[in-house]
Design a protein around this ligand. Structure first.
Ligand SMILES: NC(=O)c1ccc[n+]([C@@H]2O[C@H](COP(=O)([O-])OP(=O)(O)OC[C@H]3O[C@@H](n4cnc5c(N)ncnc54)[C@H](O)[C@@H]3O)[C@@H](O)[C@H]2O)c1
Length: 298
């Protein structure tokens, strides 16, 4: 098949591109390189069809998307703290950009699998979080992802095939240290022999899911018969940030301590996915284990 990945030079997008190539698919990447660079994809540049285009430039997208079999929509502005400062820009790219993609896929009769986020939930009463939990995002970034889901619901009602994968905290090689990149930040602290910086008391929990497992979930969603809905993509295994810091300190064998700073705006206390829906609908289970992956990186 010939698949388009928007945001394909970014962290998730390029792992997904690798994964699709390994599974013998043709890959078209659309990215304006706002938050990435061509070097990120230099290893696969000869194997993909790359277009430096903004997803807001709808008229330029159509000829590129036209001859494909489906779209993996990953492009977005992702830094939560930035979303307070540049709220309009976030709504433009994340919501109007997604609307462009959904309009084109509807027009061309293509299936779209898009990157939603656990941030649509905000602070939920029940943990682990089920897909039908109330959606009350705490920050502008999460609000843009909720708007994307409303759009997906509207286009699905009109007959389009759209699946939103609600990613929890993704980790893996090549992640930038902004956004959800706490593991990358801790690695950086450890390599510089500095104390690991924790925002808040460190007792907040996160559900870390490996980027390769996320790529797998995307392809399963594209290939499945499921035509609409939102599916959690996490591991179901929560880790506190303090535990994470201690695992990294221990694996690196360093004599460091975590140091504590004020909590970040719009940061939730607990996050843990219920992943039964992904297991049953997509036959997906995450296979990479966080501690083993950290060990493998040292
Ligand atoms: N990484 C995570 O933990 C996580 C968690 C939940 C949801 N998500 C979602 O997954 C997707 C991928 O996230 P990521 O971590 O790879 O982020 P990323 O910033 O590494 O990748 C996003 C890519 O989109 C591109 N982009 C931004 N604006 C664009 C525009 N106007 N036109 C074309 N390209 C544009 C950027 O240049 C970048 O390459 C995003 O939609 C994000 O919201 C990520």
């Amino acid at each position: 098949m010939r698949y388009v990945i928007t945001g394909g030079a970014g962290f998730v997008g390029r792992h997904l591109a690798d994964y699709l190539l390994k599974n013998n698919h043709d890959v078209v990447v659309i990215d304006n390189l706002y938050n990435s660079s061509i070097e990120n994809i230099s290893n696969i540049i000869d194997q993909i069809d790359f277009h430096k285009i903004d997803i807001l430039e709808k008229e330029k997208l159509k000829p590129i998307i036209k001859n494909s079999d489906g779209i993996f929509h990953q492009a977005a502005l992702v830094d939560v703290q930035d979303s307070y400062k540049q709220t309009k820009k976030f709504f433009d790219v994340n919501v109007l950009g997604t609307k462009n993609i959904l309009e084109l896929s509807q027009e061309l009769g293509l299936k779209t699998v898009f990157a939603s986020s656990a941030s649509v939930y905000g602070e939920t009463k029940e943990i682990p979080i089920l897909e039908n939990s109330e959606r009350l995002p705490l920050n502008p970034y999460g609000q843009t992802k909720l708007e994307d889901e409303y759009l997906a619901e509207k286009f699905s009602k009109d007959g389009s095939s759209i699946i939103g994968l609600r990613y929890f905290n993704i980790y893996g090689k090549g992640q930038s240290d902004s956004y959800a990149g706490v593991i990358t930040k801790f690695f950086k602290n450890a390599l510089e022999n500095k104390n690991l910086r924790i925002n808040g008391d460190g007792l907040q929990t996160r559900d870390f899911v490996y980027v390769g497992d996320v790529a797998h979930a995307n392809l399963l969603a594209m290939e499945s018969k499921i035509k609409s809905g939102f599916i959690n993509i996490g591991t179901g295994k929560p880790v506190t940030i303090l535990e994470l810091a201690n695992i990294i300190i221990e694996k690196f064998g360093l004599n460091l301590k975590p140091s504590f700073f004020k909590p970040l705006d719009g940061d939730i206390k607990d996050s843990q996915a219920n992943i039964e829906l992904a297991k049953t609908l997509l036959n997906w289970i995450p296979t990479t284990e966080l501690e083993a992956w950290i060990k493998s990186q040292i």
